[in-house]
Each structure stands twice: as structure tokens, then as C-alpha cells.
Design a protein around this ligand. Structure first.
Ligand code: NAP
Ligand code: F7E
Length: 337
């Protein structure tokens, strides 16, 4: 019997980490997830995958560590010798990165370097996936692809550009199998509630059930290429299964404004968004990214990857999930009677 492949995922408790874990377990991987210590439980998104470590044939295990702590990363990589490492951990909120720029650089930028150094130093030669971002394109005109120049517009994006080039440099300097997945925005019912899509669908469900009056937002004109996170984790895995390491844009090729998202979501449940949405300056950014629209033809040609979920399906999936979630909060586990 072939030996099971072993993957290490940083950021396993995040949106993408949870979908990637499901994906790799279904492919019979042994998955190790790096979690940071927290005073309250932070494993909600992966609780349904939990396996009692005392049982035999356990395929998912969690290990404590932090991207800010090189010694834990060195130790984990040396001991586990993973075949593949997916670096998804990040302070991933663009607006917040303006408030905590130094910490963002520490985790997003130097955190990636610490993992690459741990791979090099250990001699294990794990394959490495770097969660790069369309935010790196920033002010560059759409459509954006692998040849589009980076023009970061936030501390988050600048830190991601640094991490991107470190992955390229370790590939060229030390022959490490390092890939950058330049992913455009991807959402799901597991999206953090302070990102605009989930903020809208959660508020909409609460408004529909009469437990919220207003929804305060910032810039409604910015446009994003929004896909479904469940589709995108397959592309991460595919990059590490190729003969040669490379960098790929992953996107839907469609762009919609925040206002378009409001129209689609509120329209779906028969409400007029203009009656509920109010503008609050605090949600604007000092510098904005106006329009992201990805050209993922390279991924289609080489990885044979294409998105399966379109904008309308994504919005409806998120609204349906949040309606169910709010009903559960209001009516208890039995739902509406
Ligand atoms: P997310 O939901 O915000 O998850 C971030 C993860 O990183 C969480 O598991 C978090 O742990 C962990 N983390 C944060 N700081 C850490 C630290 N110091 N040490 C160890 N772990 C730490 O992000 P996501 O949406 O899943 O995105 C995954 C990755 O893709 C991120 O790198 C993000 O920047 C990048 N990306 C995302 C998108 C998108 O549209 N979602 C697009 C392009 C790139 P806690 O649960 O303990 O907070
Ligand atoms: O903002 C506007 C905001 O925070 C989208 C991260 O996963 O994707 C994400 O970054 C747009 C921006 O995502 C509100 O100004 C209006 O133009 O949902 P977001 P993001 O900044 O695009 C990239 C690819 C990543 O890599 C990141 O990790 O929506 N907007 N009003 C608002 N945004 C928020 N958050 N809240 C508002 O009230």
C-alpha cells in the first residue's frame, strides 16, 4: 500500500484552512494543522472534522505554534517532515492592516520567511504553497494575470508582495518546490464576519428576522472578483502536484461591485437594500483597491482548474446559510416552529 502523504496547514482554523482540510482528508492525506494558543476555542470551522487523538488511524492532528515563533516552526517541520506545507496563516484583514501594520508585516511577511527557512534548514524539502493575494495588484489596471505588475495599496498587500518574492527566491536559490497561488477574493458561509460579503449576508438575515435595523458599510463602488472558497482550495493542491513549481492566478473572470452584491443578496429575499444600508466613514480605507478582475487562463491550461460556482450561486449559498444560522440563534436548535 502506498504511504499516505502528510500535509501541514498553517491557518487551519481559518476559512480556507477548513475547506483545504476537508479536501485533503478526502484524498486520504494525513493532515497536521498549526493552531495558536487562544483563551477561548478557535476551532469552530474544523470541529466537524475533529478526531480523538487517542483513537487509532487518526488522520487529523493539531499542533501548537505561531508564525511569530521560528523555534516552533523549525521543530514542527523537522519532526513531522511534511510532504506538503500550505501556508495560509495571516492577519488577513486589509482595513485592520492600516491599524496594525507592523504586526501584519511580522506575520504575513516574516512568517512566510520563517517557514521557508525552516524547510531549508531542516533539509526536509517539503513542497511549499504560499497564499498570495490579488491585493498585491492593487492599483494595476484590470484584468490582472501573472504578468501584471504589483502595486500594493495597504500594509497587508505590501507584506504579501514580500512573501511572494521570498517564495520565488527560495525556489530559485535553493531549489525548493515553492508555488504562489495568487487568489482573488473567495468567500463562503465560513467567511469571517467582518469581510464585506459575510457582513452583508449576516446583517441581511438579521434584518429579515427583525433583530437588526441598519447595516453600516463603507465604499460601495469598489469591485471584486468573488469566487467560492470551496472551489479554490483544489487549485492550491493542484499547484503542488505539478512537475515544476510555478505561480498561478486563481479567479472567476467576473467582477461585481459591493453595491451589486447588496442588490443580489437583498433582492433574493425580497428586500430593498437602500432602506437599510447606511454609510459610515470608519469602513473606508486610506487607500482603496478599486477594481480586481482576474485572468486565470494559465491555471485553466496547466492545472485544468476552473471555478464551479458563479456569483449568483455564491450569494444565494451565503444568504441561505446565514438565514439558517440566525433562525437557529432565535428559535434554538429546533429552528422555526
Ligand atoms: P482567515 O479566515 O482570516 O484565516 C487566517 C488564519 O491564520 C486563521 O487560522 C488564524 O488563526 C491564522 N493566524 C493568524 N495569525 C496567526 C499567527 N500569528 N500564527 C499562526 N496562525 C495565525 O483567512 P482566509 O480567508 O482563510 O485566507 C487564507 C490565506 O489566504 C490568508 O493568508 C489570506 O491572507 C490569503 N488570501 C485570502 C483570500 C480570500 O479572499 N479569502 C484571497 C487571497 C489570499 P485564528 O483562527 O487563531 O485567528
Ligand atoms: O473588502 C469594501 C472594501 O474586507 C472588499 C481578504 O480576504 O480579499 C480580502 O480583502 C471591499 C473593499 O475584502 C465595507 O473597502 C465596503 O473595497 O471584504 P473585504 P478585501 O479587502 O478585498 C483579498 C483578496 C485578501 O487577500 C484579503 O485577505 O469592500 N467595503 N464596506 C467594506 N469592507 C469591509 N470589510 N467592511 C465594510 O463595511
Amino acid at each position: 500500500m502506498a504511504k499516505r502523504k502528510r500535509a501541514l496547514i498553517t491557518g487551519i482554523t481559518g476559512q480556507d484552512g477548513s475547506y483545504l482540510t476537508e479536501f485533503l482528508l478526502a484524498k486520504d492525506y494525513e493532515v497536521y494543522g498549526l493552531v495558536r494558543r487562544s483563551s477561548s476555542f478557535n476551532t469552530d470551522r474544523i470541529d466537524h472534522l475533529y478526531q480523538d487523538p487517542h483513537e487509532s488511524d487518526v488522520k487529523l492532528r493539531l499542533v501548537y505554534g505561531d508564525l511569530n515563533d521560528a523555534s516552533s516552526l523549525n521543530q514542527i517541520i523537522k519532526t513531522l517532515k511534511p510532504d506538503e506545507i500550505y501556508n495560509l496563516a495571516a492577519q488577513s484583514h486589509v482595513r485592520v492592516s492600516f491599524d496594525i501594520p507592523e504586526y501584519t508585516a511580522e506575520i504575513v511577511g516574516l512568517g512566510a520567511t520563517r517557514i521557508l527557512e525552516a524547510i531549508r534548514d531542516s533539509g526536509v524539502m517539503s513542497k511549499y504553497y504560499q497564499a498570495s493575494s490579488s491585493e498585491m495588484f492593487g492599483n494595476s489596471a484590470p484584468p490582472q494575470n501573472e504578468r501584471t505588475p504589483f502595486y500594493p495599496r495597504s500594509p497587508y498587500a505590501a507584506a504579501k508582495v514580500y512573501a511572494y518574492w521570498m517564495a520565488v527566491n527560495y525556489r530559485e536559490a535553493y531549489d525548493i518546490f515553492a508555488c504562489n497561488g495568487i487568489l482573488f477574493n473567495h468567500e463562503s458561509p465560513r467567511r469571517g464576519e467582518t469581510f464585506v460579503t459575510r457582513k452583508i449576508t449576516m446583517a441581511l438575515a438579521r434584518i429579515k428576522h427583525g433583530v437588526q435595523k441598519d447595516l453600516f458599510l463603507g465604499n460601495l463602488e469598489s469591485k471584486r472578483d468573488w469566487g467560492f472558497a470551496g472551489d479554490y482550495v483544489e487549485a492550491m493542491w493542484l499547484m503542488l502536484q505539478q512537475d515544476k513549481p510555478d505561480d498561478y492566478v486563481i479567479a472567476t473572470g467576473q467582477t461585481y461591485s459591493v453595491k451589486d452584491f447588496l442588490i443580489e443578496a437583498f433582492g433574493y429575499v425580497g428586500l430593498d437594500w437602500e432602506k437599510y444600508v447606511k454609510i459610515d466613514q470608519r469602513y473606508f480605507r486610506p487607500t482603496e483597491v478599486d477594481c480586481l478582475l482576474g485572468d486565470s487562463r494559465k491555471a485553466k491550461k496547466i492545472l485544468h482548474w476552473e471555478p464551479k460556482t458563479d456569483f449568483k450561486q455564491l450569494v444565494r449559498m451565503m444568504v441561505d446559510a446565514d438565514m439558517a444560522c440566525v433562525e437557529k440563534q432565535i428559535y434554538g436548535t429546533k429552528g422555526r416552529r
